[in-house]
Design a protein around this ligand. Sequence first.
Ligand SMILES: [Zn+2]
Length: 201
Amino acid sequence: MASPASRIDSPSRRRLAVLAIGAVLAVVLTVVAVVLAMTTAASFTAGMTAHAPFSPTEADGMIPAEAPLTVSDDRHPAMTGLDGDLREALRSAQAAAAPEGVVFDVTSGWRSEEYQRWLLGDAIRTYGSEALAREYVASPEDSSHVTGRAVDIGSLDAQLWIIEHGREWGLCQTYANERWHFEKATDAGGECPEPKPDARG
Ligand SMILES: [Zn+2]
């Protein structure tokens, strides 16, 4: 039979044990929180350091929004970096469209890998997730702009003209959700392949 003293002591020992466990847990959680905060801060800083210096320039194929190129441009890397067949197809099609007053305004052509990576990062920030961003911006590994096999055309009348007549020069809209994006995707006069749903391919 237990003595009165032990009946009193037992609950207080349990309280002490609970307090001790609580104190240990608090210390462990604090250490974990501090380590996590330091790791996050370190990787954030590393990320900023790795990406902050890059800003796309003309040498990366960047075309200022207010100054699109014509397809006859033979100086800008966005045009000189294009696949020769695509460039010639664009120039021939432009010659045919000109009498109708249609001007192909090139807003993007060849892009460097760094520029494409930067665009994807920018789109991820805009859309909030990589999955959404990838519907509009391909990775550097997948982008047909990086290989010089795609152009983006700015004005609606030029886009619609190429969608209607482009296949005579093998020019095709290759993504259903990008009315502005064209590639040389068939032979002159051939049938354009069915556009892919989006840039995820
Ligand atoms: Zn494009």
